[in-house]
Design a protein around this ligand. Structure first.
Ligand code: NAP
Length: 619
């Protein structure tokens, strides 16, 4: 548990340092990214060969766009709701989403596997490690797909190119880039947050003559090895990595162990806490009682949402921090300002611990200093790793700190920082994903609803939703909201997906039971949008001034939290509040807020069975 021994006098010093570090990084060019159009070689699938197939012409009950955990869970819950023909359409060569694409060496999930991997009890599966590695997670995604018979109608290496509502048939007409044209009565878009690669528009990036790839398109033909095997072709190569976010923190150690030389180009250091991974304790596993996963998962979300709980079941790097922040409640009757200061002190002590860990591990004092993050803990996604920092003690590893400014230029031979060229054979972009383009741009297709209205037009000033999952004028159409799309966010994103898809499955089951087509009323949508726009934002990330003071990053709109379109927000409060709002709405059971019209007869006859008990219990 973090000890709060930082003194109020330390706060002023820390604030000044944090501000100076933030200001160094406030640079509008941070937002400049490359257009991926015409850069097929950087985005194509290196893992699965594209198999030619004939275009499809048929009808399904539900189309699910995306085969990551969001799409798989949506499809699984629709299956439980009695929906028969479910078609997942996925750009990748298989299910898995981020875990399909992110096969980089050392990939692992930094949320405990027992709360991250969904439906463990239902599938009778226990992860091998406390924090699962990428290959196991991908295999588990496939297991989910097989368990719910989701491969039967799935289309891989296929991108939806457009959806149009056919009012007479009460169906969606679906078009794809494989010339498919089929119909679906329901659509769930489960696009995910980390789909479009972010390639920074660094001068000269197109001129590099060595091998260049993004971490989510790892080129094992070039590097040799595999996600958990040494990279055998790198022994005579100098490799550069741009970025030091959660992905880079995981790839540095395997690269350091394999490459002749590794150069890590850093703009902002991450917080790197202790990982302490271990194999699942089989004796502990024997003690688990039915319902254990839900209890543990809910407990983790409660703790990381700052809710009051009596027991922390997970007790790891995430929960210990949030528990420490909560312990401020023991200080008695403090004013809001005093409480905020106590929290800031707790945060400062936590960051001091993170920084002193670097001093105790990294031998070269200059490198150690450069690796230290100077901002409040929640400004960026925290990382956890036990081999990242020691890698900088190796003679073949060099940290090239860009002092907040980023890489200056890329040349045919390497990377330039502060006028010095660092020659490289291979440059790996650990630069993350575009989460700022419009929803329609990120999803990659437009949706034409009632009266020819398009989603791109309706949402040109930001999303307009009801509960973050429906939008008026687009009947029987659902989406799983990425961050800042009027839904919610949490440390364990899969938990938010599970709660959201339970809601969607409830709605579909109700529409089926009543034999209706459903749209959201404009009034209900307006009320909801008012509520989220007028709310206080996501409590998890703190209020406006917290984000303003943070080092630039995606959570604070690259240093300009007020510049984010005002409708690009989350439901006010925590994900717990969002889940309760959905639950209470379901409990009411009257579906007011929706406009229901009888479904054409032909449709009803083919409709699915009544909802199963599981779906009823989701109310
Ligand atoms: P990321 O968090 O967006 O980090 C991108 C990195 O690239 C940052 O260090 C950024 O610096 C740097 N960068 C961008 N442009 C640059 C430039 N021009 N010059 C120098 N540096 C530049 O991306 P990521 O690490 O791939 O992570 C993506 C998401 O996946 C995150 O939400 C992460 O938490 C998640 N993830 C999760 C896990 C897990 O265990 N669950 C594992 C891996 C990733 P700045 O910080 O200065 O912007």
């Amino acid at each position: 548990m973090t000890q709060t021994s930082a003194e109020p006098a330390d706060l002023d010093r820390a604030r000044a340092k944090y501000r100076a570090e933030r200001d160094k990084r406030l640079d509008p060019s941070r937002r400049e990214i490359l257009d991926l159009a015409g850069r097929g070689e950087l985005v194509e699938d290196p893992f699965t060969e594209v198999v030619p197939r004939a275009p499809l012409r048929d009808t399904v009950d539900a189309l699910v766009v995306g085969g990551g955990f969001g799409g798989l869970l949506a499809a699984a819950h629709l299956r439980k709701a009695g929906v028969d023909r479910i078609r997942i359409v996925e750009k990748a060569g298989d299910v898995g989403g981020v875990w399909y694409w992110n096969r980089y060496p050392g990939a692992m999930c930094d949320v405990e596997s027992y709360v991250y991997l969904p439906m463990l009890e239902e599938l009778g599966y226990l992860p091998r490690h406390r924090y699962s590695y990428g290959p196991e997670i991908l295999a588990y995604a496939r297991k989910l797909a097989a368990h719910f018979d989701l491969y039967d109608h799935a289309l891989f290496h296929t991108a939806v190119t457009g959806l149009t509502w056919d009012a007479a048939g009460a169906k969606w007409s679906v078009r794809t880039d494989r010339d498919d044209e089929f119909e679906a009565r329901y659509v769930v878009v489960a696009h995910g947050s980390f789909t479009s690669l972010k390639l920074p528009a660094i001068d000269g990036i197109d001129t590099f003559e060595g091998r260049l790839f993004h971490t989510s398109r790892w080129d094992y033909d070039y590097t040799g090895g595999g996600p958990d095997a040494p990279l055998t072709h790198l022994g005579d190569k100098t490799v550069g990595v741009i970025g030091t976010g959660a992905t880079a923190v995981q790839i540095v150690a395997p690269l350091a162990a394999s490459a002749r030389q590794l150069r890590v180009f850093q703009r902002t250091p991450s917080t790197v806490g202790v990982r302490d991974n271990r194999e699942t304790d089989q004796e502990w596993a024997k003690t688990l009682e039915p319902g254990w996963q839900k209890r543990r998962r809910d407990n983790f979300t409660f703790v990381t949402n700052g809710e009051k709980i009596t027991e922390d079941l997970v007790r790891d790097g995430w929960t210990v921090f949030y528990q420490a922040m909560l312990s401020n409640r023991g200080y008695g009757d403090l004013s809001a300002e005093e409480l905020a200061e106590q929290k800031e002190l707790t945060d400062l002590q936590h960051m001091e611990n993170i920084r002193s860990r670097i001093d105790s591990v990294v031998r070269d004092p200059e490198t150690a200093e450069a690796l230290k993050p100077y901002y409040r803990y929640q400004c960026k996604r925290p990382c956890f790793h036990d081999e990242y920092l020691p890698a900088f003690n190796r003679p073949n590893v060099q940290l090239v700190d860009t002092r907040g400014r980023g890489v200056q230029r890329i040349t045919p031979k390497g990377v330039v920082v502060d006028g010095v060229e660092y020659p490289l054979d291979c440059l790996i972009l650990a630069t993350g994903f575009d989460q700022d383009s419009s929803y329609v741009d990120r999803v990659g297709f437009d949706v034409t609803g009632l009266d020819g209205t398009t989603l791109s037009r309706k949402w040109r000033d930001g999303p307009e939703t009801f509960q973050g999952v429906m939008t008026s004028g687009f009947p029987n159409f659902f989406f799983l909201p990425p961050n800042y799309t009027q839904g919610t966010a949490a440390v364990n994103f899969v938990h938010t997906l599970e709660e959201t898809v339970r809601h969607v499955a409830f709605l579909v089951a109700e529409f089926e039971r009543r034999g209706v087509v459903a749209d959201v009323t404009k009034t209900a949508e307006d009320v909801y949008v008012q509520r989220v726009v007028g709310g206080s934002g996501l409590a998890l990330l703190g209020a406006g001034s917290f984000l303003k003071d943070c080092t630039p990053g995606r959570w604070n709109n690259e240093g300009d939290p007020d510049g984010r379109p005002r409708k690009n927000v989350n439901y006010p409060g925590t994900s717990t509040a969002y889940f309760s709002m959905l639950e209470e709405w379901r409990q009411r059971g009257d579906l007011t807020d929706l406009s229901l019209t009888p479904r054409p007869e032909a449709n009803t006859a083919a409709g699915p069975a009544a909802p199963t008990d599981d779906v009823r219990s989701a109310r």
